[in-house]
Write a protein that binds this ligand. Structure first.
Ligand code: PNS
Length: 159
């Protein structure tokens, strides 16, 4: 079974990597799919995010990295994915995630959303939190991998 793991990944955190590593053990192949969303102003370009994720997942043979525009269900269909993988952190995620899962189900009956409970070590972690800490010069080495920490430092503190 092929699983897609869609998201913004702006940037990828250790929480995301944990989900990818565990997903890679459960599924034949995991496609990490970066949403290219024209209505959002990301910190990193899609190309940069693809490079970042590729570097962070290079130890995983059955993980692919790609980007997409449009509906996740369409992307899943195009790649014969039967599973849409998402991580669940805290209760506040649940409402949004359940709504997304239900919406996606109405769009594609064949696609199952599978939630993995995020490692409790990362239950508080989000890309936005990481960016905020990095912006104000706080330590982020325990939240993202070294290449991401370096990229964030370059963005915020080396102009
Ligand atoms: O990392 P994020 O921002 O929580 O990821 C959200 C994402 C990309 C999974 C979601 O916004 C999405 O699937 N967008 C694509 C558009 C779509 O399919 N919308 C209908 C489902 S709600």
């Amino acid at each position: 079974m092929i699983a897609i793991y869609p998201g913004s990944f702006d940037p990828i955190t250790l929480g995301h990597i944990d989900i990818i590593e565990r997903g890679a053990k459960l599924f034949e192949r995991v496609i990490v799919a970066v949403l290219s969303n024209p209505s959002k102003q990301p910190l990193f370009t899609v190309d940069r995010r693809l490079e970042q994720i590729t570097k962070c997942t290079q130890h995983l043979d059955n993980v692919q990295v790609d980007s997409f525009v449009g509906l996740t269900v369409e992307y899943a269909k195009l790649h014969n994915a039967g599973v849409l993988l998402r991580g669940l952190r805290v209760l506040s995620d649940f409402e949004k995630e359940l709504q997304m899962a239900h919406t996606n189900k109405t769009l594609n009956q064949e696609l199952e959303t599978v939630f993995l409970a995020t490692n409790k070590e990362y239950s508080f972690l989000s890309s936005s939190t990481v960016k905020e800490i990095a912006q104000f010069g706080g330590a982020i080495d325990h939240l993202v991998s070294a290449n991401i920490a370096q990229d964030l430092y370059q963005k915020y503190h080396k102009h």
